[in-house]
Design a protein around this ligand. Structure first.
Ligand code: IMP
Ligand code: ZN
Length: 348
């Protein structure tokens, strides 16, 4: 990325709202982890899906299992989180909401509580080191683990929301969409909402989730992840679209993730177009920049080229994302100010 056009996307101040920590581990950090754990016999090809490659969604979830073997201690999490934050900042991301599923690993003594504390420590250290990015954390619920674990995770998230000085702002629902049903998690999600956690839910990532989406949209979520099959042209329904539109719920759209995971057939068929053309709140995100070998600048560039967006429209997209963050009002105002200051340099 070096031409004038490429530089525009790098210089563009950006907001990243959908980034899974362990999916965001870069090639360089992965190299360090692989070298530290040679006995696992993991090669880089097992942790990333390169340009031109495609995987089924199921294969994508196998990749996370491999990465989790490499990232299994407090030291690993601290390193990974600090590197990921640094990389987003270097890509021009000014505000990042990182999400991750607390894990326990008996062999290394890692507990779910220490997991969250370690991510927060990485955020704190990055701030101390004056990395130019504001980072918040969403605690993730993996749908595969069922209702009891979900409830435990919500309680942990609530505790940290109250004690982390505003760093923990919400809850994510993610994990293999073909496993389990959202109805079993409704109680935990409702509790999260009632205690003030914002909800970012992966919805309709695969076609079979229509009933689940109807149900989860009643919560309602504060943001939707993917929403690939919500609209009628993708096999969803008018009633789903009506709900999303009435609630004006922002949708987090991750182009490369969907194309490489094969839930969308090509960039120019991405449902970004459906929602963007309706004037619906859309935010471009990476999902898993490490696994899908991308970054946010590239995602903006890919969207602009697939849908013929002008630089002015691209600027508008990045700026409106400030409104969809879970940050308190003063932070949003600070970001707006930053965008206003940078505009003359970036948009010439
Ligand atoms: P972690 O939560 O930081 O360990 O990041 C990896 C986890 O994020 C995976 O194990 C999944 O649960 C979740 N994840 C990453 N990408 C996706 C996606 O596209 N759909 C659903 N879940 C995802
Ligand atoms: Zn995701």
């Amino acid at each position: 990325m070096d031409t004038e056009a490429d530089l525009f996307y790098r210089r563009l101040p950006k907001v990243e709202l959908h980034a899974h920590l362990n999916g965001s581990v870069s090639f360089e950090t992965m190299e360090k982890l692989i070298k530290q754990k040679l006995h696992l016999n993991i090669e880089h090809s097992m942790t990333a899906i390169r340009s031109g490659q495609r995987r089924t969604l199921d294969e994508c979830f196998q990749v996370f299992k491999v990465i989790h073997q490499l990232v299994d201690s407090e030291e690993d999490i601290l390193m990974v989180a600090k590197d990921v934050i640094q990389e987003f900042a270097a890509d021009g991301v000014k505000y990042l909401e990182l999400r991750s599923t607390p894990r326990e690993v008996t062999e290394t003594g890692l507990t779910k509580r220490r997991y969250v504390e370690t991510v927060l420590e990485a955020i704190r250290q990055s701030k101390e080191e004056e990395v130019d990015i504001d980072v918040r954390f969403l605690v993730a619920v993996d749908r595969r683990h069922g209702p009891e674990v979900a409830m435990e995770t919500v309680k942990l998230a609530e505790e940290f929301m109250l004690s982390s000085d505003g760093m923990v702002v919400g809850l994510d629902l993610s994990g293999d969409p073909t496993v389990g049903h959202g109805k079993d998690l409704l109680c935990a999600l409702q509790k999260a909402k009632n205690c003030g956690l914002k909800l970012a839910l992966h919805l309709s990532e695969v076609p079979s989730q229509k009933d689940e989406s109807e149900l989860l949209l009643n919560l309602p979520p504060d943001r939707i992840g993917h929403g690939t099959f919500l609209h009628p042209e993708a096999g969803g329904s008018d009633s789903l679209v009506d709900k999303v539109c009435k609630q004006n719920t922002p949708i987090e759209l991750c182009l490369t993730s969907n194309v490489k995971g094969q839930t969308v057939s090509s960039y120019n068929k991405h449902h970004f177009q459906y929602w963007y053309n309706r004037g619906h709140p859309c935010v471009l995100c990476t999902d898993d920049k490490g696994v899908f070998c991308t970054d946010l600048s590239q995602e903006y560039q890919l969207a602009a080229s697939a849908f013929g967006l002008s630089q002015e429209s691209v600027w508008g997209l990045s700026q409106q994302a400030i409104n969809f963050t879970f940050a308190p009002e003063p932070i949003k105002q600070r970001l707006e100010k930053k965008w206003a200051e940078l505009r003359p340099q970036v948009l010439q």
